[in-house]
Design a protein around this ligand. Structure first.
Ligand code: HEC
Ligand code: HEC
Length: 451
């Protein structure tokens, strides 16, 4: 008997018996609202609005390849509006690549070890932890920012660094300091340019400001964005980072989802399937153990043993996630719970882009052992299929680390998985498909905007 026929019978039986597993069972709007509200899934508060001049400076910087060592890659190359702020690839391709999104190929150098995260809804508000391993984060109690540079972190900052930290008031602004410091993202390697050969992060940032200051249009944009600052020389790269964050917040805060319309009182905004999915998500499927709150994440890190592919952060083939930041055994293979708003638009999914379908990643959660050990590499582009790590010892370590919150394998019917996926689709904001208007025709450096 085919799997589908079997599944149909199981569902039909379950529906006939009205048992707990019966996916087709009717859920009332009261059930849905109660389930969502108990998990803190509420419409996010409106975020701060920045001055238009700051946003405009940020927009130019975001699309300008002048920020990269070899002047050949911008933030937008990996976070492109046409690829819903990602690059549609399992693993990003840095300065050694050519082309855009699915057409981008590695010409030289190495692949980025991780999947490009989307940029939706990361402005102020509750976004406490950025990157797959949460290495840029704000401590909820103290508001102290943790970042991957000791000079910019901690309760007491050296006065020489205060002009930087004064600008880095949000995790999103702090994050924008770092792509330019990474060989595999924007900086380039060896001595191929003056950023690559800079002795430390500060030298990268200072050399970038020298570059930008050479363009009168940038000087003008910076002084318009920071009217209280007398001269361009009084600015540092944190002012650029803050502007980039202002642009990201202005352009990529997208909250017009069916879920938000439903929560605002439109009962028909969610299909019946999405409503059943919502109740499952918050209840029997236990997704809200981690994906809860207004952005459907706890902003914390957990291990789920998602398949590992590509070079890894610890070549060859290893990425131990949060452990690399904290060295705490409990953080082994833990990755930040991804926010799920717009998730249907931002595949491939998981930290190394292992899953090409939402159904695949949902099923992985139901049974991580099967997900990891029976992973189907044919869903990857051909060039990555052989890079999947199948080492038994490393995979055993990945499975040993899996969060107890995922519990025992969870048996759901195919119809229930369909409902969960329908709920995930209800988190898609239609305006996130119309972002191209933000792409500037030209940027102050005169470098090509297109990839
Ligand atoms: C080579 C491709 C590439 C470039 C260029 C790039 N990024 Fe990224 N970005 C990534 C990848 C990959 C990640 C995830 C890395 C990780 O978590 O370790 C990421 C993560 C992020 C995040 C974290 C999102 C979250 O949910 O935590 C933000 C914000 C971001 N990038 C903004 C930028 C900005 C701003 C620039 C330009 C200054 C930039 N990126 C340049 C690939 C890129
Ligand atoms: C133990 C905490 C936890 C639970 C419970 C959990 N998730 Fe996740 N989820 C994660 C983490 C962590 C990741 C990213 C793992 C990685 O990339 O290595 C993830 C990834 C995802 C992704 C991919 C997102 C992306 O941007 O790549 C989806 C979709 C998802 N989860 C949906 C669900 C659903 C549906 C459920 C319930 C069946 C669920 N999750 C239960 C922690 C959890």
């Amino acid at each position: 008997m085919s799997k589908t026929i079997l599944a149909t019978i199981v569902v039909a039986l379950a529906a006939a018996c009205g048992g707990a597993g019966a996916s087709q069972q009717h859920v009332t709007d009261d059930d849905v609202r109660q389930a969502l509200s108990a998990a803190g899934i509420v419409p996010p508060l409106a975020t701060t609005v920045d001055a238009p001049a700051l946003v405009e400076l940020g927009r130019m910087l975001f699309f300008d390849k002048i920020l990269s060592g070899n002047r050949n890659i911008s933030c937008a190359t990996c976070h492109h509006p046409s690829a819903t702020t990602g690059d549609a690839l399992p693993l990003s391709i840095g300065p050694g690549g050519v082309g855009l999104a699915e057409d981008r190929v590695l010409a030289e150098g190495t692949l980025n070890p991780r999947n490009a995260l989307p940029l939706f809804n990361l402005g102020e508000g509750s976004a406490h932890a950025l990157f797959w391993d949460g290495r840029v984060s704000r401590e909820p109690g103290t508001a102290i920012l943790n970042v991957p540079d000791p000079n910019l972190t901690g309760a007491s900052i050296d006065p020489a660094w205060r002009p930087y930290t004064e600008q880095l008031l949000t995790p999103l602004a702090a994050q924008a300091m770092f792509p330019v410091t990474l060989a595999a993202e924007m900086r380039g390697a060896g001595t191929e340019n003056e950023l690559a050969s800079a002795p430390d992060n500060r030298a990268v940032w200072e050399r970038l400001m020298l570059r930008l200051g050479a363009y009168p249009d940038y000087v003008q944009l910076f002084l318009a964005a920071y009217p209280a600052v007398a001269a361009f020389d009084d600015l540092n790269f944190a002012h650029a980072a803050r502007a980039i964050a202002a642009f990201e917040r202005a352009a990529y805060t997208q909250l017009d989802t069916p879920l938000d319309r439903y929560l605002a009182g439109e009962p028909d905004a969610l299909s019946d399937s999405a409503k059943r999915g919502a109740v499952l998500f918050c209840g029997p499927a236990n997704c809200t153990a981690c994906h809860r709150g207004e952005h459907l994440t706890d902003w914390d890190t957990h291990a789920i043993a998602a398949p590992q592919l590509g070079p890894g952060t610890e070549p060859p083939l290893e990425d131990r996630g949060r452990f690399r930041v904290t060295s705490l055994p409990e953080d082994l293979y833990a990755f930040r719970t991804p926010p799920l708003r717009n998730v249907a638009l931002t595949g491939p999914w998981t930290h190394a882009g292992a899953y090409a379908t939402l159904e695949g990643v949902v099923r992985h959660h139901l049974d991580p052992v099967a997900g990891l050990l029976e992973y189907d590499a044919t869903q990857l582009p051909a060039s990555l299929q052989t890079s999947v790590d199948v080492d038994p010892a490393r995979n055993a370590a990945r499975l040993a680390a899996v969060s107890p919150l995922l519990g025992a394998p969870l048996v759901l019917t195919d119809a229930q998985v369909t409902d969960l996926v329908a709920f995930l689709h209800a988190l898609t904001s239609p305006s996130s498909l119309a972002l191209l208007a933000d792409i500037p025709d030209t940027v102050p450096s005169g470098l090509p905007v297109a990839d």
